[in-house]
Every structure is written in structure tokens, then in C-alpha cells.
Write a protein that binds this ligand. Structure first.
Ligand SMILES: [Zn+2]
Length: 573
């Protein structure tokens, strides 16, 4: 790290002025003061100053009454001062055992008025909650009955969480939440959900049926409203709606499973539209030089919701709301990739395809073609074991411009990773690969577009290059940092591991391992895809290193060597 001994100039990079600090008690603050020999205090606490004049500290959040950091830098006789305004969360109310009765009104759920529609079955239960003093009595009452809320946890200062499950039907009649202690009683109106009319089916179409189903546009299904991405549906899939909550629509996939899709993806169908009946007919296998298609005609002509479970040399594809009536599956007897396709009926309205492969799973895609559910399994490319990258197409995605994470001396992630991407391109081309760059300038490229660029170019692998940071509240002076590699589909795991090992070898930072993570750029399944977080740009030493061409090259070498190792392994399978 270079020694910088310039005039004092205090510059806070993070948090930006007026940033709302997400943590409750302490947070990190970093920037530069222009002189590596100076000392610095932040709200009176000493901060660590690095030779290049950058600083990184973890300090108590300022109080809501005075939301600012006062920085004082001293070098010899020179003193510089700076005030940096931020925003902090409102203090939690004190929910004491004595004094006036207070509750945390932000904790009341479900609270009227509704911000988005709530639609439920009459007999399903809704969790009613409030945070109140531990010695309060709490109940919900509606015209015909009432129910106590039971306290859990809690202490004499911050109160306890009270909760109970109440039938949606009772809330529908108009319920009030009561919190009482001694002579004090507080009342809050609870949200009135609408109830599903169970007599008529209500169908929705997930997404736009006119979207060509061979694009990368999928409808996302989640286990809970606002939850993680778990199911991916073809646009135009017809489903039964069974509820609405917090901006999400609950849909029934079959008799045993309901999931949530965004309200915006749920297009209501005219009432009286019949619930689709889907029956699979005799399937066939269609071989092509780069893939094998399993073509399953669906009687009824409606695309099914599906789920793909990846094995290392197998796949199981669940078709929801579908009955399997497949007698014959015709396949070529000597296909190099596909070994067998079998099916079973798991429950009345759920079918499952079991596909076994002769090679490791390398990529797949689901298509809908005129009443046929098409499952396309990608063949691995032809690989020259001695020059494993020769002839392959590799997509290189230097992480998110315009800014991304920022380092203490103001290095933007997007600026820092572009030269790494350029060096990856050079090294790959030197090894005979064709390279597709998602960007070569600092103009922004839409996140969703990057993997689509890779698929349109039929890339054999995709690497997204990033620099890491921490979320508010983490102490960067003690938290682990180093290199990490992320993947989403199991088929990408054999690529993630050699890339991670090679990054650690070349960059020399601690090994944070490989992560399964639901990240947009690595979510498609047509090729192995990984995202690398080679270093932490907010750690002063690592930011300084990322400014040097030597360290950028080491990052690039790690990626390329990992790719090489993966394809060498794949060739031998
Ligand atoms: Zn990033």
C-alpha cells in the first residue's frame, strides 16, 4: 500500500450523506483523510488510518436527536474537522413494566388499513401479533368471540412478543386488538381480509401468454409472500388462485402445493373458465448435435407448472396438476447423453419424469411448443483435453456498473472489475476460446440482460466478476473477508469449486468457500454459471491492491485457471 502524506482532506465514502443506517446499534464508516500518518476520531472514538490515508472504523450509531458523525483528523499541528449527516432508525419505544401503557404500533399485524389486498380462505389461520410490555394483557375480539394473545420472550425494558392464530373468517367480521394493564386499555383495528368464494374456481394466468416461451422470461414462484425464488414457470401457465397477501398472489400448483407469485404476474381469467386438465401422452426423444429434447405432448393443451430437481447425472422433472398416461417413450438406442426416461404418478395430480444421463448434467432448458412440454438437455461441448478452452465460448460479465460497492478511497466496483474482465478475455483468447463480453465500457447493462446475452451466444460457461462489501451492522474489522464464489444451480457447482480454489491460489486472500445463492445473473440453467467476489473493495488493503494491474491480473488468472480445470474435468467424464 503506498504511503500518502498530503494535506488533510476528510472525505467519507460510506455511509453516503443522509443514508439511512440499517443497523440498530453500530455501523462501519470508511473514506479517506489525505494523510496516512494522521490520526482520526469519529464521534470521539479513534478510527484506524491506513498508509494511503484511507480509514475504516466501526462506531456506535449516532443518537436520533443528533444523527451525524463528527470527524476530527490531526497531523502534526494540522487539524481538520468535518460533520457528516446521516439518518438513523427511530428508537424503539421503551415498553416498561410501569408508567403509561405503550405498545410498539409498528409491530401490530395484520393492521388496518390494508396497503395491498388480503384474500384468504375462511378457515385458514392468520397470525395476529403485537409487541407490548411483558406484564400487559392482550387479546383480539370480534363480534362472536375473542382470543388471548400469548407472550413469548421479552424483558422489562423492550417488552414481549404477543401472538395468536385467528381464523380469517373472524377477522373478516371486524376484529379489534386490545392491550390492557391496570386502568389503561389501548385498542387497534385489525385488518379485515376478503374471503375466497370457495364455490367458484378463480383462475389466473401467470404472466403473458404471448411471450415466446423460448425466451429467458420466467414467472417466479416463492414459498412465502416476498420469499426466495424457488419455482420458475413458463409465462402463460394457468393456475388456480387461492389467496392474496402483501402484494403476492397464492396459486395452487396441485392438491398438495401452493406457492406465491407477484400480483403483477397474476392475470385474472374470465369467471367460468374451467380448471385445466393436463394428461401426458406418449413421449419421444429428439436428438440434435448440441442437445437432446424430451417431447411430451400434453392433452388439454395447457402448459403445466413444473419443478426441476438436478442430480449430478440425472434430472427429475415434476409436472404439477398433471396426470401421466405415457405408454411408450421412444428414444435413440445409442445416444451419448441420454440413458433413460421414466415416469411415475406421485399423487393424483402430480407426475414426475426421471431422466438419467451418461454424462454430468451440463445445462437444460424448458420450452413449450404447440401443446408439447419440451425438456431440452444440453450436451457438453467437444473438449480438447490438452487445451480444454480451445473452441469454447465463454461469457464474461464484469459486475454491475455504474457504481456497485465502493472502496475507502473511492474506487468503484464497476470500474475495478472491468480491467479484470478485459484480462480474462485476453487470457481466454490466448487459450483459443471465443469470448462474449456483457460490457466493454462503463455504461450500465441491465442485470436481467446479462445471462440472456450469454444464452443467445450459446456460451459454454458464464462468469460474473465482482468485488464484495458488507451489509450495514457488520464489523469489517473482525468479520471474515477474502475470496468467495457463488452459484445457483447444482450443475454449476463443479465449476464454482475449481474457480474458488484458483482464486485463492492466485489472489492469496482467505478462502470463503463456495456459496449457493439466489442471484439473478447465475439463475439461468443453460450453462454452468458462477459469480466471483474475489476481494472486498471496502477493506483498505484489498481496495489498494485492486488498483494495481498486477492484482487485477491475478484475479483474472484465477478465473481462467478455474474454467480450464472445470472443462478438463468435464472432458474426462
Ligand atoms: Zn457486485
Amino acid at each position: 500500500m503506498p504511503l500518502v502524506q498530503g494535506p488533510l482532506a476528510i472525505k467519507v465514502v460510506y455511509p453516503p450523506a443522509q443514508h439511512l443506517i440499517e443497523s440498530r446499534d453500530s455501523n462501519f464508516i470508511f473514506g479517506s483523510i489525505g494523510n496516512g500518518r494522521a490520526t482520526l476520531t469519529i464521534n470521539g472514538a479513534p478510527a484506524q488510518v491506513y498508509p494511503n490515508g484511507s480509514f475504516l472504523a466501526f462506531v456506535a450509531n449516532p443518537p436520533p436527536a443528533s444523527p451525524r458523525y463528527d470527524l476530527v483528523a490531526v497531523a502534526g499541528n494540522d487539524t481538520a474537522r468535518s460533520t457528516h449527516p446521516v439518518r438513523v432508525q427511530d428508537a424503539r419505544p421503551v415498553l416498561g413494566l410501569t408508567g403509561p401503557l405503550v405498545v410498539d404500533t409498528t409491530s401490530i399485524a395484520p393492521r388496518a388499513p390494508a396497503t395491498s389486498p388480503m384474500l384468504l380462505r375462511g378457515d385458514e389461520r392468520v397470525r395476529v401479533t403485537v409487541r407490548a410490555p411483558a406484564n400487559a394483557t392482550v387479546w383480539a375480539a370480534w363480534p362472536t368471540a375473542s382470543q388471548w394473545l400469548v407472550a413469548s420472550g421479552g424483558d422489562s425494558l423492550s417488552g414481549a412478543n404477543f401472538g395468536a392464530d385467528v381464523p380469517a373468517r373472524s377477522l373478516r367480521d371486524g376484529a379489534t386488538l386490545y392491550v390492557a394493564r391496570g386502568a389503561d386499555t389501548l385498542r387497534y383495528a385489525l385488518l379485515r381480509p376478503d374471503l375466497l368464494d370457495t364455490l367458484s374456481t378463480r383462475l389466473v394466468r401467470a404472466g403473458d401468454i404471448s411471450v415466446r416461451p423460448d425466451t429467458d422470461r420466467v414467472i417466479v414462484g416463492r414459498p412465502v409472500p416476498g420469499g426466495t425464488y424457488k419455482w420458475f414457470f413458463l409465462p402463460g401457465t394457468t393456475l388456480e388462485m387461492t389467496g392474496k397477501m402483501a402484494g403476492f398472489t397464492r396459486v395452487r400448483l396441485d392438491s398438495g402445493l401452493e406457492v406465491w407469485i407477484a400480483d403483477a404476474d397474476a392475470v385474472p381469467l374470465p369467471s367460468g373458465t374451467p380448471l385445466p386438465r393436463r394428461v401426458t401422452l406418449n413421449a419421444r426423444v429428439r436428438s440434435a448435435p448440441e442437445w437432446v429434447d424430451i417431447v411430451i405432448p400434453i392433452q388439454g393443451g395447457e402448459r403445466p407448472a413444473y419443478f426441476v430437481d438436478e442430480g449430478s447425472r440425472s434430472l427429475s422433472v415434476t409436472l404439477y396438476g398433471t396426470r401421466a398416461n405415457t405408454d411408450i417413450i421412444n428414444y435413440a438406442d445409442n445416444d451419448t447423453l441420454l440413458r433413460t426416461v421414466e415416469w411415475k404418478q406421485v399423487v393424483d395430480d402430480r407426475a414426475e419424469l426421471e431422466i438419467t444421463l451418461r454424462q454430468p448434467l451440463y445445462g437444460y432448458l424448458v420450452l413449450w411448443e404447440d401443446g408439447n412440454f419440451v425438456f431440452r438437455v444440453r450436451r457438453r461441448p467437444t473438449i480438447d483435453g490438452r487445451n480444454p478452452l480451445r473452441g469454447l465460448t465463454i461469457a464474461v460479465d464484469p459486475g454491475h456498473p455504474p457504481i456497485g460497492a465502493t472502496g475507502p478511497t473511492g474506487l468503484y466496483e464497476a470500474i475495478a472489475v472491468l480491467p479484470v474482465g478485459e484480462k480474462v478475455r485476453e487470457l481466454l483468447e490466448h487459450r483459443g476460446a471465443r469470448v462474449v463480453m456483457t460490457r466493454t465500457t462503463n455504461d450500465p447493462v441491465d442485470l436481467g440482460l446479462r445471462p440472456i446475452i450469454a444464452r443467445r451466444e450459446n456460451a459454454n460457461a458464464f462468469v460474473s466478476i465482482h468485488l464484495n462489501a458488507y451489509g450495514d451492522g457488520v464489523n469489517p474489522l473482525v468479520a471474515r473477508n477474502g475470496s468467495g464464489t457463488y452459484f445457483f444451480h447444482k450443475l454449476s457447482e463443479p465449476l464454482a469449486r475449481p474457480v474458488e480454489r484458483a482464486l485463492v491460489r492466485h489472489m492469496g486472500l482467505p478462502n470463503l468457500g463456495v456459496y449457493y445463492d439466489n442471484l439473478a445473473v447465475v439463475r439461468p440453467s443453460w450453462m454452468p454459471m458462477v459469480l466471483t467476489e474475489g476481494a472486498f473493495v471496502i477493506i483498505p488493503e484489498q481496495e489498494a491492491a485492486m488498483r494495481t494491474p498486477e492484482f487485477q491480473t491475478r484475479y483474472a488468472e484465477g478465473i481462467v485457471e478455474g474454467l480450464e480445470e472445470y472443462f478438463r474435468w468435464l472432458a474426462k467424464q
